[in-house]
Ligand binder design. Structure first.
Ligand SMILES: NC(=O)c1ccc[n+]([C@@H]2O[C@H](COP(=O)([O-])OP(=O)(O)OC[C@H]3O[C@@H](n4cnc5c(N)ncnc54)[C@H](O)[C@@H]3O)[C@@H](O)[C@H]2O)c1
Length: 418
C-alpha cells in the first residue's frame, strides 16, 4: 500500500499553500457540494483514525445513532486491522485514504482521532471540503503555532463548526462558575492551578508496545501515517506510542493540559497568555521515550491571573483544581464547585455552593457538536479556545526544550523568547 498512496512532506506543504491561496475558490466549491443539514436531520458522520480514541468516538456516535441524531457513513484508518474492527463495530463503509472521506458528498461532518501531527492538515482539508469537524485535542501539533491560526481561519472562511475533543468542556460547571466570576464573585483573578498526574504502565506511552499484526507495506500504510512528519522507516514504538516522540506529540504537556487549561481559561474568561515558562524532566521512565515524565507549566495572563499546571506519568498525587481571586477562591469538588470568601478582604461571608447542572462526557460533547452542526452555533470547545490553549502549550514545550521563557504578543500573534 505504501508508495503511490502516500502524501510526502513536500506534497503536503504544496497542498497547504494551494489551499491557503485558493481558499475562496475551494470554499465556494465546497459549499456548493455540501449537503445542508436541517435542524431535525441526522448528521452523516465519518471517523478518521480508528485507534483507541477513534473507537471511543464510534461508541459515542453509535449511541447518538440509536437516538436518531447521526448516521455513521464511513470509518477510515491506515491500518487494515483497525478499519476492520471499526466496520465490525458500526456497519459503516471502511476507507483507507482520508481524502476519499472528504470527497464523499454524503459525509456532513468528520471526527478526527489520528495522532496530533495530522490534526491541522486533516481539519483544514475537511473544512475546505465543506465538512464540519470534531477534532481531537490537542487541536494542532505543538511545534507549529501558525497551524492553530490556520484552523481558526479555515473555520471562518468556510462558515463551518469545529469542536475540539476536550469532552470535559461539556460539564456545565465551567459555564456556571464562569457566570459567577463574571459577576464579581471572586474579585480580581490572581492565581489558578490544576494537575493531571498518572502512574503505572500507560500503554500509549510505552515505546515497547507492539502488535505483530501491524505489517507496514502489507496491511499498514506507514507513509500515510507519517504524513507531514519527517520520513522514517517503520518503527512499532512510534506507531503504537506516538505520544512519546516530539515529531508527533508534545508529550504530557499537549496530551494532558488541554483537558485542564481549556476549562480554566473558559471559566476565567481568559484568551492568550502573555508569558510562559516550563520545567520538568525524564526522571523515571527511561525506556526510549523522548518526552518528560513530569512537566510543570507556568502561564501569566495579561493583568492576571498566573496559572500553574502540572502533568506526570511517573507519580499520581496531584494538586486540586483551584481558582483564586482577591476576594474568594473556587474549588471544584463533589457535586460542583465551592466559592470560599477571603475573610481578610470581605469579612465573614458564607461559602457558596454551585451544583452542576450537566455532567461532561464524550457523548454529551458529541451531542453538543451535533446540535451546533444543525443550528450553526459555536460549540463549547470551539477553535478559538483551541488557539488560546495551543498558544500556551506551544510556548510551554518550547520553554522546556529550549530552556527559555517565551512571551506572546496578542497584537501581532507572535511568540518570542525573552
Ligand atoms: N479526548 C480524550 O480524552 C482523548 C483520549 C485519548 C486520545 N485522544 C486523542 O486522540 C488522538 C489519537 O489518540 P489514540 O490514543 O487513539 O491513538 P492511536 O494510535 O490508538 O490511534 C490513532 C489512529 O490513527 C490512525 N492514523 C494515523 N494516520 C492516519 C491517516 N493519515 N489516516 C487515517 N488514519 C490514520 C492510526 O493508524 C491509528 O489507528 C490523539 O490526538 C490523542 O490526543 C484524546
Amino acid at each position: 500500500m505504501g508508495g503511490s498512496d502516500s502524501i510526502n512532506r513536500r506534497e503536503f506543504l504544496r497542498k497547504s499553500t494551494v489551499a491557503a491561496a485558493g481558499a475562496a475558490l475551494l470554499s465556494s466549491t465546497a459549499a456548493a457540494s455540501a449537503r445542508v443539514v436541517g435542524a431535525n436531520d441526522r448528521v452523516h458522520m465519518a471517523t478518521i483514525g480508528c485507534g483507541g480514541m477513534g473507537h471511543a468516538h464510534l461508541g459515542a456516535l453509535a449511541s447518538l445513532r440509536a437516538q436518531g441524531l447521526v448516521d455513521i457513513v464511513s470509518v477510515c484508518d491506515v491500518w487494515d486491522k483497525r478499519v476492520q474492527s471499526a466496520v465490525a463495530a458500526t456497519g459503516a463503509k471502511g476507507v483507507r485514504d482520508y481524502r476519499r472521506v472528504l470527497d464523499d458528498p454524503d459525509v456532513d461532518a468528520v471526527s478526527i482521532a489520528t495522532p496530533d501531527h495530522w490534526h491541522a492538515p486533516m481539519a483544514i482539508a475537511a473544512l475546505d471540503a465543506g465538512k464540519d469537524v470534531y477534532c481531537e485535542k490537542p487541536m494542532t501539533y505543538w511545534k507549529d503555532l501558525s497551524a492553530a491560526r490556520a484552523v481558526v481561519d479555515a473555520v471562518a472562511r468556510n462558515h463551518r463548526v469545529l469542536q475540539v475533543g476536550t469532552q470535559g468542556m461539556s460539564d456545565s460547571i465551567w459555564e456556571q462558575v464562569g457566570e459567577r466570576i463574571k459577576a464579581g464573585a471572586v474579585g480580581q483573578l490572581v492565581h489558578a492551578q490544576a494537575s493531571d498526574m498518572r502512574n503505572g504502565p500507560l500503554g500509549v506511552y510505552e515505546p515497547a508496545s507492539n502488535d505483530p499484526d501491524a505489517k507496514p507495506g502489507i496491511n499498514l500504510n506507514w507513509n500515510m501515517w507519517l504524513g507531514p512528519a519527517p520520513r522514517r522507516p517503520y518503527d512499532h514504538g512510534r506507531f503504537f506510542a506516538f505520544r512519546s516522540f516530539w515529531d508527533y506529540s508534545g508529550g504530557i504537556c499537549t496530551d494532558f493540559f488541554p483537558h485542564t487549561l481549556t476549562p480554566l481559561i473558559r471559566t476565567m474568561g481568559l484568551t492568550f497568555p502573555r508569558r510562559a515558562s516550563a520545567s520538568g524532566g525524564l526522571y523515571q521512565l527511561r525506556d526510549g521515550r523522548e518526552v518528560p515524565d513530569i512537566f510543570n507549566l507556568t502561564l501569566e495572563y495579561p493583568g492576571g491571573p498566573s496559572v500553574l499546571l502540572i502533568a506526570a506519568v511517573a507519580c499520581s498525587q496531584g494538586i486540586p483544581m483551584l481558582i483564586r481571586g482577591h476576594q474568594a477562591a473556587v474549588t471544584f469538588d463533589g457535586p460542583g464547585a465551592t466559592i470560599r470568601p477571603e475573610p481578610a478582604v470581605v469579612g465573614n461571608q458564607p461559602t457558596e455552593e454551585v451544583t452542576r447542572e450537566r455532567a461532561g462526557s464524550l457523548e454529551a460533547h458529541f451531542e453538543d457538536f451535533i446540535d451546533c452542526v444543525r443550528t450553526r452555533k459555536k460549540p463549547r470547545s470551539h477553535e478559538l479556545l483551541g488557539y488560546y490553549v495551543m498558544t500556551a502549550l506551544h510556548m510551554g514545550v518550547r520553554s522546556y526544550l529550549e530552556n527559555r521563557v517565551f512571551e506572546f504578543d496578542a497584537q501581532t500573534e507572535r511568540v518570542r523568547a525573552v
